[in-house]
Write a protein that binds this ligand. Structure first.
Ligand code: FDA
Length: 501
């Protein structure tokens, strides 16, 4: 069995992990990143790195036999999903009874599959969810630093008004305005200049070829193009892909020993490695990092971990829904895969909602307006260890999703009544109008100030840190990746100054 030792190890390559690795590398600390997914940089024989949205192949999903798109049906027909070969594809949907969670798999984590919406929460809500974090510092220093590192850009409002690919957003905006609601442009890490050239027919299409959840072949500033490229550029960071961390133990000398499984893209185990380190950063995401610590605690490998490990998980109040547009309110068949507008009703005193105006990237006129609503749902789930499957199970029941629906319904009933429109009942595989059985925004499990100190240091285990979405207590009120990035920037600055001198 191989055995290596590194001064610092970062598990995962998503937002928290990428920030941490860049800052460790810049400080001259040799660091290895261990990522269970693939490195997505090599085109296959058809010339693309990722498979398209409309004809997904095995590259689309993580070891599934059939794709599992969020819009399960159209006119109740199972048109969206395809049989595929089992493979280390880029998008996973992890099932836990009444809740399933979408996550990215690959070097770049969620940045490979997400909608690129780079939204900073309202300061008043940030101070509510993380009251012990200095908001002046976050809004003065770390959010700007995160936005710069992520390459956030803004749409040209004049172009937005005229381009074909945002007709769908303009149709939804008109409906919202009719109900007296406000819409707002959302910043993005998709390069809007590239999108403009897509629309002008000057470059290969990506957002305008409906690409999003199975990866973008062009245009998106995913982490592999930003933070991770910069981390590698320090010369001190190495990324090992197709390496899944299974176990964490503490050695008598205070170092950590990881058991790591290396697989090939077909899923066969090719090696089991032991990797030692003095500084271990968990950036495996809300599901990944929480599972590692729940397993370590309950199998006795890190027995001092407390009851807070595995608690405080939430869906960011996610609920998806569609409205039926009037026959004359066409969106056109060309919809950008990247959202550009949101309905901002977060100031509603009873039912705050921030609803992303989402594309229906079907390549045809659908007469549907789709939304991903982010609501304020106070319900929290927790993880427990299941010895039989050696995994962490999420405890979340269907009733806990109800507050998300209540809030979204309040808002969209208003829009429907002002516009004399109705919901779509054909999109989620049965006749429901509101889909709250999945989330794109898993948050929590190792909450800041509870499972860790106020800088992500795991309680009871010096040298062990959490850097990712599991620090956030279940809700950010907007799409979460800028907050995850900014918090990671804040925490690693302190940890570098105090723990790694
Ligand atoms: P993240 O999940 O990004 O990364 C964790 C990484 O660790 C993954 O690469 C995983 O493979 C790896 N890993 C897990 N366990 C491991 C193990 N044991 N060993 C080794 N590696 C392991 N947010 C937003 O702000 N705007 C948006 O528009 C969207 N849209 C969106 C769409 C879709 C389809 C999804 C799935 C998600 C979004 N999101 C989003 C959410 C956003 O992508 C998400 O919040 C962040 O990616 C979470 O960042 P983390 O750093 O927590 O982990």
């Amino acid at each position: 069995q191989e055995r290596e030792f590194w001064p610092a190890v970062v598990i995962g390559t998503g937002y928290g992990a990428a920030v941490t690795a860049l800052r460790l590398g810049s400080a001259g600390i040799p660091t290895v990143m261990l990522e269970m997914g693939q490195l997505w940089n090599t085109p296959t024989s058809d010339g693309t790195i990722f498979s398209g949205m409309l004809s997904p192949d095995r590259r689309s999903m993580w070891f599934k036999k059939r794709t599992e798109a969020p819009l399960a049906s159209f006119l109740w027909l199972d048109l969206a999903n395809r049989n595929i070969d089992s493979y280390a594809g880029v998008l996973d949907r992890v099932h836990f009874g009444d809740m399933s969670v979408y996550v990215g798999r690959g070097v770049g984590g969620g940045s490979l599959v997400n909608g690129a919406m780079a939204v900073v929460p309202k300061r008043s809500y940030f101070t509510e969810i993380l009251p012990e974090v200095d908001a002046d510092e976050m809004y003065g220093t770390y959010y700007p630093r995160a936005n710069a590192g992520l390459g956030v850009n803004h749409i040209d409002p004049d172009w937005f008004e005229t381009c074909k690919s945002y007709q769908f957003a303009r149709v939804s905006r008109k409906a919202a305005q009719k109900a007296g609601l406000t819409t707002t442009f959302v910043p993005s890490v998709y390069d809007f200049d590239y999108m403009r050239r897509e629309e002008a027919g000057e470059v290969p299409r990506s957002a305008l070829a409906s690409e999003v959840i199975y990866g973008n072949n062009h245009g998106k500033r995913s982490l592999d193009k930003t933070y991770l490229a910069a981390a590698l550029g320090t010369g001190n960071v190495t990324i090992q892909s197709l390496h899944e961390v299974r176990d964490i133990e503490r050695q008598a000398d205070g170092t950590y020993l990881l058991t790591v499984r290396q697989i090939d893209p077909e899923g066969s185990v090719v090696a089991t490695k032991q990797i030692g380190t003095r500084h271990l950063f968990l950036g495996a995401g809300s599901l990944g990092s929480t599972e590692l610590l729940v397993r370590a605690r309950d199998t006795g490998k890190l027995p001092e971990l407390g009851d807070e490990v595995g608690q405080g998980w939430g869906t960011n109040g996610n609920v998806m829904l569609g409205r039926a547009n009037h026959i004359w309110d066409t969106t056109g068949s060309l919809e950008s895969g990247m959202p550009a507008l949101g309905i901002d009703a977060w100031n509603d005193p009873k039912y705050p909602v921030f609803a992303e105006i989402a594309p229906v990237p079907a390549g045809i006129e659908t007469w549907a307006s789709l939304y991903l609503a982010i609501t304020r749902n106070p319900e929290r789930g927790h993880f427990s260890y299941d010895a039989a499957s050696d995994s962490a199970r999420l405890n979340w029941d269907v009733a806990q999703g109800r507050p998300s629906i209540d809030a979204a319904k309040q808002l969209f009933d208003k829009i429907n009544s002002a516009g004399k429109t109705i919901y779509r009942y054909d999109l989620f595989g049965d006749t429901r109008a509101f889909e709250n059985r999945f989330t794109y925004h898993p948050l929590g499990g190792l909450v800041l100030g509870k499972a860790t100190d106020l800088y992500g240091r795991v309680k009871g285990y010096p040298g062990l840190y959490v850097t990712d979405g599991s620090l956030i207590p279940g809700s950010t009120g907007v799409n979460p990746f800028v907050t995850i990035t900014a918090l990671a920037e804040r925490n690693i600055e302190r940890v570098l100054a105090e723990d790694l001198t």
